[in-house]
Design a protein around this ligand. Structure first.
Ligand code: HXC
Length: 257
């Protein structure tokens, strides 16, 4: 597929997707969604890829869903096409996905970052759910995922006032896992992704699945789910290799099997 709104590269075992609509601050239109899904699915199916990084430009990760594309939609258009439901497919990617956020991550941009497994932010990052200023509300998960990340009080503040959160506040409140100097963002994100990609892929994928399950179930069911996955790991060659390497004081060489 020839991509027009994203740039797709591989860096070793890492698949790198860069949103690339600079004139619209990477606003997320239908074409971006289609291309992002195709690229991430291709990485999902590529056995040489162990992790994915999604990033934008220095000025904007993404300034939201494309307001100009959706402004003339009617209720019936939105309902019949189940507008925004296509993004759910992105959250079904089973390999780890890291968001590297520089500049604006607003509305759908913040929501896209939150669909990733964790967010590394440049110190210039700004997060927000400004939909209220447009006469609407978050529609790609903002009211649900942001609340789980930062708690009710801050999520209400963000969704009701539309204010932005800077990188330091985002880290303090648990929205991002780490903040790095903006100029080092991509390098740091690729470093983290490479580290993950060098581990056992099935172990990484099961860990991702278990953490995500914690949002969908009770603690006792989640603990049981975790334990069953953990038990299954003793069927992996990588478990034998990882533990043998520790005992023999050498670096593990995971075969992803
Ligand atoms: C379409 C957008 C856009 C967007 C920016 N642009 N954001 N186009 N959709 N979300 C376009 C501008 O129209 C402009 O195009 C160009 O990008 C540069 O933007 P400027 O505003 O000139 O840049 P700047 O002054 O630096 O301001 C940056 C900004 C501002 C603060 C990020 O662009 C902004 O407020 N954008 C909208 C943010 C927002 O409300 N996002 C939420 C969208 S709704 P031209 O052609 O004029 O040069 C959403 C979820 C919807 O995401 C869910 C509810 C259904």
């Amino acid at each position: 597929m020839a991509y027009e709104t994203i740039v797709v590269e591989t860096r070793g075992k890492v698949g790198l997707i860069t949103l690339n609509r600079p004139k619209a601050l990477n606003a997320l239109n239908t074409q971006v969604l289609t291309e992002l899904l195709a690229a991430s699915q291709a990485f999902e199916e590529n056995p040489r890829i162990g992790a994915i990084v999604v990033t934008g430009s220095e000025k904007a990760f993404a300034a939201g869903a494309d307001i100009k594309e959706m402004q003339s939609k009617s209720y019936i258009d939105a309902y019949m096409e189940d507008f925004f439901s296509g993004w759910e497919a992105f959250t079904r990617i089973r390999k780890p996905v890291i968001a590297a956020v520089s500049g604006y991550a607003l509305g759908g941009g913040c929501e896209l970052a939150m669909m990733c497994d964790f967010i590394i932010a440049g110190d210039n990052a700004k997060f927000g759910q400004p939909e209220i200023t447009l006469g609407v509300m978050p529609g790609m998960g903002g009211s649900q995922r942001l609340t789980r990340f930062v708690g009710k009080s801050k999520a209400m503040d963000m969704c009701l006032t539309g204010r932005m959160m800077d990188a330091a506040e985002a880290e303090r409140s648990g929205l991002v896992s780490r903040v790095v100097p903006a100029g080092e963002l991509l390098e740091e994100a690729l470093k983290a992704a490479t580290k993950v990609a060098d581990f056992s892929l099935p172990a990484v994928m099961m860990a991702k699945e278990a953490v995500n399950r914690s949002y969908e179930t009770t603690l006792s069911e989640g603990l049981r789910f975790e334990r069953r996955l953990f038990h299954s790991m003793f069927a992996l060659d990588d478990q034998k290799e990882g533990m043998a390497a520790f005992a023999e004081k050498r670096t593990a060489n995971f075969k992803n099997r």
